[in-house]
Design a binder for this molecule. Structure first.
Ligand code: HEM
Length: 389
């Protein structure tokens, strides 16, 4: 598929998953699917399950994903290793390169005409900053952009064979990056990982591929989708845009990141993660048998009116403590600081490089299709008063 083509963008209206989840949660917060799986929608239930890994195990499939599918001490061992790559210092060291990519992308965008937020800003920014972080060559970036688009289409199709083929292609890309690093002459995050150890032994190739897959495969799409969600909010809410412009002018980076996390709470594009029960249990009086697949729906939990009185209101100070965008418990996202830095840098560059961001009148925005959420298409105009001649 051509990554430049927005797959379901041409005609029709697409449902907003949030509306559906809000209605479902109000009616029945523990949803039983035809395949026997159970979906949790309430904030309390989702957080409680994430905080109880002994009952809600992450070993949901035969496929071993590091560290996502592990539990207990085994999970902790890999998680300790992974956390060393994503400390505040490591993230701070990446900020200059992220800023360079953001500035270059924003400078190259046309003014006064329609720009596609996810395709022209979110995806190239995510791919370039993640590639630079990992030490991957420029030539690989086009392949990764294409891969993000194909992965997205395969996930939406629900076709398992197609998803497996796309995952296999990603593994091949990563393996091709390991070869030139075996001689020890290249020093970057990828080669550092190749020299790293877990439980006192070197990581195997399959483990390195799995870790790198989890740092990139899902997250490139999530980062790009997050840019779409944030820019849509800014382009449709003049007061919020003006508030964020004020934070830029005052150099208030922490408040800016808090604002980003709050916008993602209102419209969380990273919808869910799975667990499997290790024993018979109960949620809200509903019995759940051992071996049941349980879906923790972060998007729904983040809009639970029992916790966020007005779920659509922007109130970072009040809502931050209960925000579940990056999860909770032993599997809480280790990439949170990196993600927030990257999103801050690209949105900051967009605001600093423009005087106004408006929605395009030519084409409307289009919601993402389930199982995704957020926006598939956010057509905007930078500096709308500058109509291109
Ligand atoms: C908008 C971007 C992102 C969002 C919304 C997000 C969200 C999440 C959430 C909700 C979880 C919890 C999963 C669970 O409980 O099963 C998670 C886990 C994880 N995330 Fe992120 N993430 C993002 C970006 C990233 C990035 C950039 C990286 C890496 C560089 C990353 C690496 C991981 C890893 C490795 C895990 C598994 C942790 C474990 O199992 O212990 N994420 N993420």
């Amino acid at each position: 598929m051509d990554p430049q083509v927005d797959p379901h963008a041409e005609a029709g209206t697409y449902p907003d998953l949030r509306v559906q989840l809000d209605a479902q949660r109000a009616e029945c917060p523990v949803v039983r699917h035809a395949d026997g799986s159970v979906m949790l929608l309430n904030h309390f239930d989702v957080a409680s399950a994430a905080l109880d890994p002994e009952t809600f195990s992450s070993a949901v499939s035969a496929h071993r994903a590091l560290p996502n599918s592990l539990d207990g001490a085994e999970h902790r061992a890999y998680r300790d290793l992974i956390d060393t790559y994503l400390t505040d210092d490591e993230v701070a060291a990446q900020e200059p390169q992220a800023r360079d990519h953001a500035t270059a992308i924003v400078a190259a965008l046309p003014r006064g005409v329609t720009v596609r937020t996810v395709l022209d800003i979110g995806t190239p920014f995510a791919v370039r900053t993640q590639s630079t972080w990992l030490g991957w060559p420029r030539e690989i970036e086009d392949e990764l952009v294409q891969w993000v688009a194909d992965n997205h289409a395969a996930t939406r199709s629900g076709d398992r064979a197609r998803m497996a083929a796309v995952a296999e292609r990603f593994d091949a890309i990563i393996r091709s990056l390991l070869e030139p690093r075996r001689s020890g002459e290249i020093d970057d995050v990828t080669s550092r990982l190749m020299r790293d150890t877990v439980d006192g032994r070197p990581l195997e190739d399959a483990e390195i591929v799995s870790i790198l897959r989890n740092w990139t495969a899902g997250d490139l799409g999530s980062l790009a989708a997050s840019v779409g969600v944030i820019v849509h909010h800014l382009a449709t809410d003049v007061a919020l845009q003006s508030h964020l412009r004020g934070l830029v002018a005052a150099g208030r980076t922490q408040d800016f990141e808090d604002a980003i996390e709050e916008i993602l709470r209102i419209d969380d594009p990273f919808v869910s993660n799975r667990r499997i029960t290790t024993r018979d249990t109960e949620v809200r009086g509903e019995s759940i048998a051992v071996g049941t697949r349980v879906i923790l729906n972060w998007t729904a939990a983040n809009r639970d009116p029992e916790v966020f009185e007005e779920p659509d209101s922007f109130n970072p100070a009040e809502h931050a403590a209960a925000n579940l965008v990056f999860g909770i418990g032993p599997h809480v996202c280790p990439g949170r600081a990196l993600t927030l830095m990257e999103l801050r840098v690209i949105i900051w560059a967009l605001l600093e490089g423009t005087t106004a961001i408006g929605m395009s009148h030519e084409r409307g925005p289009v919601r993402e299709l389930a199982p995704g959420s957020g926006w598939a298409r956010v057509p905007i105009v930078l500096d709308p008063h500058q109509i291109a001649g």
